[in-house]
Unconditional design. Structure first.
Length: 196
């Protein structure tokens, strides 16, 4: 997914470089990028300096390693997520798919204007309730049940369970981060899990 926040009027762009920038699920880091050097930059820089919040050289190397493969990984994850979303949207065992690349998504037009790809993340509502949805996740063989995103491996999580009792997530919603596995394998895995 390519988005240019500064062209859309943002002053600060915040990234969890733990995710797509690192890309291999092995570093913990974050990045703030400011449009221009000025008072806000100086305040943030002062907090960083006094707090000592700087990554180690090894963490920096891990992020650099990930950035070198970022374009290739993101293109592949975008393509696979779009194909998986289209497949799931027509699956008889799926209630709903949430993915901005689908024409049926309520924010599709906005996403199409602002993004050059629709990302490697999607959510799917399947099963009648929490128990059935979690059973579907449990039957997946390629997708790992884990709370993260942006790595080379495909992940799935039951979002309401992760968020806890105050969640607004539907009880049958699974959040999916698409990795680099072959799309045919991902479709087949979801198909067998949905059909139980």
């Amino acid at each position: 997914m390519l988005q240019r926040p500064f062209e859309l009027g943002a002053d600060v762009s915040m990234h969890s470089s733990t995710k797509y920038l690192g890309g291999h699920s092995d570093v913990l880091s974050g990045v703030l990028i400011l449009r221009e050097r000025g008072a806000l930059f100086d305040r943030i820089s002062a907090v960083q300096t006094t707090g000592g919040a700087v990554p180690s050289p090894f963490e920096c190397w891990l992020i650099l390693r990930g950035v070198r493969t970022l374009p290739v990984r993101v293109r592949a994850q975008n393509a696979s997520a779009a194909a998986l979303a289209q497949f799931l949207e027509t699956h008889p065992c799926v209630e709903r798919v949430h993915y901005p690349g689908l024409a049926s998504h309520s924010a599709h037009a906005v996403a199409a204007r602002q993004m050059s790809g629709f990302g490697g993340m999607l959510s799917v509502q399947a099963g009648k309730d929490r128990q059935q949805s979690m059973a579907i996740a449990g039957r997946l063989r390629i997708f790992t049940q884990a709370t993260s995103l942006g790595g080379t491996e495909s992940l799935v999580e039951h979002r309401a369970s992760v968020e806890g009792p105050a969640t607004h997530a539907p009880e049958n919603l699974l959040r999916v981060s698409v990795g680099l596995e072959h799309i045919d394998d991902l479709k087949e895995d979801f198909d067998q899990a949905l059909r139980g």
